[in-house]
Design a protein around this ligand. Structure first.
Ligand SMILES: [Zn+2]
Length: 126
């Protein structure tokens, strides 16, 4: 079955974020990593979210909570507002378990370590 990628790139999942999720390839830019992390919330894939978090920041996150957060919401759209080498501002649209529509607006910071990009932290915007 051919599915469009949940990151809203318009590409097929297998030609977009799937190679990252299956570790066949690694994101080459912070924005690619951000998109693949959004897709990992939509699927959900808590393991991928955990592994793409900077190792020193993993203590602030919980793999099963990440997975549960992905699962309890319906992820409808990703909009990239701005992206630079190490920062991505985005809006993630989702419907929560109560049926309420939400927009998560965040400025995320990323860091490259040994040729791989990691999520460092995010600042929530309104
Ligand atoms: Zn994608």
């Amino acid at each position: 079955m051919k599915n469009l990628c949940p990151c809203c790139s318009g590409k097929l999942y297998e030609e977009c974020c799937e190679p990252f999720h299956s570790k066949k390839e690694f994101p080459k830019t912070a924005e690619e990593l951000m998109r693949s992390r959004y897709a990992a919330f939509a699927i959900p894939n808590g393991e991928y979210l955990w592994q793409t978090t900077l190792p020193s920041k993993r203590k602030f996150h919980d793999k099963s909570e990440l997975e549960a957060w992905g699962k309890e919401n319906t992820w409808t759209k990703l909009e990239i507002i701005n992206s630079s080498e190490k920062e991505v501002e985005f809006k993630a649209y989702f419907t929560d378990k109560f049926g309420k529509e939400n927009i998560h607006h965040e400025l995320s910071t990323f860091k490259k370590v040994d040729k791989k990009w990691y999520y460092v932290s995010g600042k929530f915007l309104d």
